[in-house]
Design a protein around this ligand. Sequence first.
Ligand code: GDP
Length: 181
Amino acid sequence: MFQFKLVLLGDSSVGKSSIVYRFVKNSFDEFRESTIGAAFLSQTIKVKESDDGEETVIKFEIWDTAGQERYKSLAPMYYRNANAALVVYDVTQQDSLVKAQSWVNELKNKVGDDDLVICLVGNKVDLCDEDAEDNKRAVGTEEARSYANEQNLLFYEVSAKTGLNVQQIFQSIGEKLFETK
Ligand code: GDP
């Protein structure tokens, strides 16, 4: 079986652990204690082989690196040898996009473009309602998408709370990794 190492990076509280939890357990727990240190989980998905339509199972080894915001010097240990990185921001916090962009720069400088599939992920879209008076969106979809395009990143807006698009992140990373393995 093909195995790929995937790391999560981003500001604290953007929902990194919740995204992993949604993907692996298909649930959301508002009161789950935040991870201390690094949590390690694995999950398989099926990808389609392009020519004959046959399915292949690949396995993600997921490194959820809690505390990296405080212990930034430890981050290289996590992303070394990674095949994919989710760089997560919170669509209701403009600062968190700036932080995400600095992670993208660091990854490109230290790991290099060719060796890593990077996906920019805007989480908490359930808090956005363009028609509501209390719409909490602070980062526009097109702003983030055009940055992602420029940098050649995959891009998704998701909600770990409702599950919107969470599976799709891993599916498209998996397919891209499988294509270029
Ligand atoms: P991390 O520090 O990046 O791992 O973030 P957590 O996964 O611990 O989440 C931080 C906080 O945001 C928690 O209170 C979560 O319940 C909340 N949260 C995470 N994802 C979502 C989401 O998609 N929508 C909403 N409304 N809240 C979320």
